[in-house]
Design a protein around this ligand. Structure first.
Ligand code: DO4
Ligand code: MG
Length: 278
């Protein structure tokens, strides 16, 4: 089942049937047994018969923070070891990949997040910019994973590569986080063999494309959620990006008007155009 947030309210898509729900986002999603609740709601909710509800999609978020995990795949570790050779930080990434404690960092407040078909930004003071396609968890206030979405952890590799302590500037700025198009709620945990893929189009032509199964992640999703909740509370639940495995070659950097398309089987495709913040 898929939950969409729009300017007209919250919509639930269950195969070919769409329902308009009476609940507000935060009270709807932050519960145990979200899948069972949504299954029950279909008995009484109003069915929608035209496609207008899809026209003004918002990111599937209200009062949730967005956090992110890093260096959870070998591909991310190796790229970062390389980018930080001259700054002397490369050992950090090898160590955190092998450590018990994962890298977790604050990514975005909800008002800085963009959704499907909205612009994501690159920093004007950065020379090397990439998207990071990431399976993104929705975890309720009790620490239980209730759903999944697609995340784009936009990153400045030049700023992070200059000094690992610049990570917050490389990662957190206006419109540096995209999530969507929906919150995907299923009865059992997402299949590890699910494929995540990316295409970056420049002038309508593919400039970079790649894909990988989620099973290549070194850590479990529950492990990441468990560390996040050790000493933090999230009254409305939280989104957690789980790290990237799809890294464009070192000579690739994003340009304004590039279109980033990230797909995860079952969830859909998140499409964003690159822009500078005004
Ligand atoms: O250590 C820096 C960030 C890593 C990251 O965002 C990722 O692996 O996806
Ligand atoms: Mg990332």
């Amino acid at each position: 089942m898929k939950l969409f947030k729009t300017e007209q309210g919250v919509f639930l898509q269950d195969n070919a049937t769409v329902y308009k729900l009476a609940q507000q986002w935060d009270e709807l999603v932050n519960r145990d047994g979200l899948f069972d609740f949504l299954t029950g709601v279909t008995a009484t909710a109003e069915k929608v018969t035209d496609n207008k509800w899809q026209e003004n999609l918002l990111p599937p978020i209200s009062n949730q923070e967005v956090w992110a995990a890093g260096v959870t795949y070998l591909q991310s570790r190796d790229a970062r070891v390389e980018e930080s050779q001259t700054s002397g930080g490369s050992d950090l990434y090898k160590r955190v990949y092998d450590a018990d404690r994962p890298e977790l960092f604050f990514k975005s407040t909800p008002q800085r997040v963009v959704g499907h078909l909205q612009d994501v930004s690159i920093r004007k003071d950065s020379t090397w910019n990439v998207p990071e396609p990431e399976l993104t968890l929705f975890i309720n206030s009790k620490g239980k994973i209730q759903g999944y979405t697609i995340g784009n952890d936009m990153s400045s590799r030049s700023i992070e590569g200059e000094n690992a302590l610049y990570l917050p500037q490389a990662k957190t700025y206006d419109k540096s986080a995209a999530i969507g198009p929906c919150l995907y709620v299923i009865s059992s945990p997402i299949n590890k063999e699910t494929i995540i893929s990316i295409v970056i189009k420049r002038n309508g032509v593919s400039a970079y494309a790649d894909k990988m199964p989620l099973s290549r992640m070194k850590r479990s999703l529950e492990e990441l959620a468990g560390f996040l909740f050790r000493e933090l509370t999230f009254p409305n639940g939280v989104y957690l990006m789980t790290g990237t495995c799809l890294v464009p070659p070192n000579d690739f950097t994003l340009q304004p008007l590039d279109v980033v398309e990230i797909s995860i089987d079952g969830i859909g495709t998140l499409i964003n155009t690159i822009a500078y913040n005004s």
